[in-house]
Design a protein around this ligand. Structure first.
Ligand code: E4P
Length: 217
């Protein structure tokens, strides 16, 4: 399973990259705003900065919601850097844009996916990645992980190449469950990745090993 980090914070991206297990970055307009990145030129520069840190795909989201606007913005984003993946919302014009970008060899991430039907449409349109938002489903008492399982089943039935990018991952248990359910990628905060490290028996065991070494040296 690939690990993406879901942030526009350059320090956190650097930290995740330094760990050696990072495969990419996802951003969205809210994450960019959180970092105070505003204005078209600053936003474009920030995407290039992210690409220079990480070895892997960097999702950059279009703001337009009409086909022509998405195509114009998406082509501009894709021209920025070879690592850019154009993030397109799951709306009618978005589906048309996914097909258009796919035919032009521009990689895409279909975002804001909340149902198996939406995921099927995204795959039919040739999306490179589909992003089911599991945390936001959990937020409304709907099982987000179940959606990952349903999409996995559908994609495997027809050998769709679209990769399931489990998004809106909030914590470490989500990461583990996404791996069990066969997600191709997960994107979450740095804490969800670093949480995988932790086990009290590891800490206790290491403390004992070091104490025993000190006794004899
Ligand atoms: C996905 O690409 C989105 O950026 C993200 O995972 C949304 O997560 P949230 O629901 O925690 O905002």
């Amino acid at each position: 399973m690939k690990f993406f980090i879901d942030t526009a914070n350059l320090d956190q991206i650097r930290e995740a990259q330094a760990l050696g297990v990072l495969d990419g970055v996802t951003t969205n307009p809210s994450l960019m705003a959180k970092e105070g990145i505003t204005g078209r030129n600053n936003i474009l520069k920030h995407y290039v900065d992210i690409c220079s840190i990480v070895d892997g795909d960097v999702s950059a989201e279009v703001i337009a919601t009409d086909f022509d606007g998405m195509v114009k913005e998406g082509e501009e984003l894709a021209d920025l850097h070879e690592q850019i993946v154009v993030k397109v919302p799951m709306i009618k014009d978005g589906v048309k844009a996914l097909k258009y970008f796919g035919d032009k060899g521009i990689r895409t991430n279909c975002t804001l996916v909340f149902s198996p039907g939406q995921a099927l449409l995204a795959a039919k349109a040739g999306a490179t990645y589909v992003s089911p938002f599991i945390g936001r489903l959990d937020d409304i008492s709907t099982d987000g992980l179940n959606l990952i399982g349903e999409i996995r089943h559908i994609y495997d039935n027809y050998a769709f190449e679209t990769q399931i990018l489990a998004a809106s991952v909030r914590h470490t248990m989500h990461v583990i469950d996404c791996a069990k359910f066969g997600a191709d990628v997960m994107t979450g905060p740095l804490s969800s990745i670093e949480g995988l490290l932790k086990h009290p028996l590891t800490d206790i065991g290491l403390e004992k090993f070091l104490a025993d070494y000190k006794k004899g040296n």
